[in-house]
Structure formats: C-alpha cells, structure tokens
Design a protein around this ligand. Structure first.
Ligand code: 13P
Length: 252
C-alpha cells in the first residue's frame, strides 16, 4: 500500500524568535506535493510560526502537551490551549520526555487519551536504549511502550496516530540504526498493530524513523518498505539540510 511520506522537524529546545523567523520565512516559499512536512518549534514560537505558515501546506505541531485540560500544573500546556491557536497535532512520548522528565507509559497513555478526546493528532514516539539492544530485548521494550501507550484506543481512533521509532542510542549521536535494524523494527511494529487491530489499520498506519537522519542517509532510509518518513532533530535546524531531507522523501 502506498502511504504518503511525512518529514517532521523537531526543533527541541532550539531556535529563538529571530532564528525561527529567518528559517520559516524561507520555508514558507517552498512547497512539495508528495510529502507532508511538519515542524515542531518550541511553545513560545508556535503561534507566530503557525501564522507565518498559514497559507502553506506545512503543519506546525507541538513537541508535548499535558493530559489535563486546565488547572494547577505550573509550566504545562494543554490540548485545549494548543487547539485555541490552531495546533492540531502533538508529539507525545519523545525519548527525551521519557528519560529526562520521567514520563512513564502510564502518563503517556493519559496524554494520548487527552489528545484523542480533543480530536488532536499524535506523533507517538517509541525507542529502546542501547542497553536494551545489547541485551537483545529491544522488541519487548517497543512492544510494551506501544501496548501501554496506545492499545487502549478504539480502532477508529488510529486515524489520529502516527508512530515514530527513534532508537535512543541513535538520537543526536551521529549513529544511525542500520537499514536492516530499521526495517526489521518497523515491520515488527506494523505486525504488532496488525495482530491487535487488523490489516486495514496496520496498512494505513504511518511509521516514521528518527535518529541521526541527515541529507546523506535520508533517501535510503525513506526507501525502506515500512518506513513512511522521518522525525528529524539536529538536521532540521539547518535549512539546507532539512530541505534536502524533505526532497529525498518527495522523490519517492
Ligand atoms: P536527531 O536527528 O538529532 O538524532 O534527533 C532525532 C529526534 O530525536 C527527533 O525527534
């Protein structure tokens, strides 16, 4: 089944207002037909970047959200707040949130529920640590993250879900998982969804790869059978690199 590719830039805690402006004013002038481009800036830049990209097909998405609608949660942002500025998609479960901010599968499943309740879309991230790879239990780790994070959803809610496989040991390290490792895990994930929710859902599900995607390796990664695009960290901060990666997906 042909699935349209996605390339999403995750800026993490980078890019101040001026840097964002410079990048996005260039980005707003390009368009691609065969790839859906998304950009996840910091919360402080969401509103103005979304306005700058108003007439473009590029979707501005959030890096995170809280599971409550409102209340005494200092420093947090809710789905309702995101929707109020027209942000309709959030990344949930990035490994940096899991690791540095101690977000458990249980917390993430609540975030997923809140996003779905608000009809938001989700880029749900999973990924094993190096120690899991070395101990050969990486399939189990991914299975647990997925089943505890999103298996409470109803079948018809999967249309709101994009999965992203980001092995922690490949993030920001310059070490990309090799093509065999990537395809093997993506196939495993699709199969897991197939077994639990059926082939219609698993065939339509988009699974992105993330972890040191650069202009020189993007094409071969995007070419893999079960890879539907990428979640790009470091390379999404450099305009020419990001565009080159988007082009690699657009050509397929
Ligand atoms: P890098 O591309 O910098 O490895 O980051 C990947 C990532 O974490 C995207 O969410």
């Amino acid at each position: 089944m042909k699935r349209k590719k996605i390339v999403a830039g995750n800026w993490k805690m980078n890019m101040n207002m001026k840097e964002s402006n410079d990048f996005v004013s260039k980005l707003s002038k390009v368009s691609f037909d065969n790839v859906d481009v998304k950009l996840a800036p910091s919360f402080t830049n969401l509103y103005h970047i979304n306005s700058m990209l108003d007439s473009s097909k590029i979707e501005v998405i959030s890096q995170n959200m809280h599971y409550e609608q409102r209340g005494a949660y200092t420093g947090e942002i809710s789905a309702e707040m995101l929707l109020s500025i027209n942000i309709k998609t959030s990344i949930i479960g990035h490994s940096e949130r899991r690791k540095l901010f101690k977000e458990s599968n249980k917390i993430l499943s609540k975030k997923v529920s809140s996003a779905i309740k608000n009809s938001m879309n989700i880029v749900f991230c999973v990924g094993e640590e190096l120690v899991d790879r070395k101990n050969n239990n990486y399939f189990d780790v991914i299975k647990t993250q997925i089943s505890e994070g999103i298996f409470h959803l109803k079948s018809n809610e999967f249309k709101n879900i994009i999965l992203a496989y980001e092995p922690v040991w490949a993030i920001g390290t310059g070490i990309t998982a090799n093509l065999h490792q990537i395809q093997e895990m993506h196939e495993f994930i699709r199969d897991l969804i197939n077994k639990n929710f059926g082939s219609d859902i698993s065939n339509k599900l988009k699974i992105l790869y993330g972890g040191s995607i650069k202009p020189n390796n993007a094409k071969e990664i995007f070419f893999l059978k079960d890879v539907d695009g990428g979640l790009i960290g470091g390379a999404s901060l450099i305009f020419s690199d990001f565009i080159s990666i988007v082009k690699s997906a657009n050509e397929q």
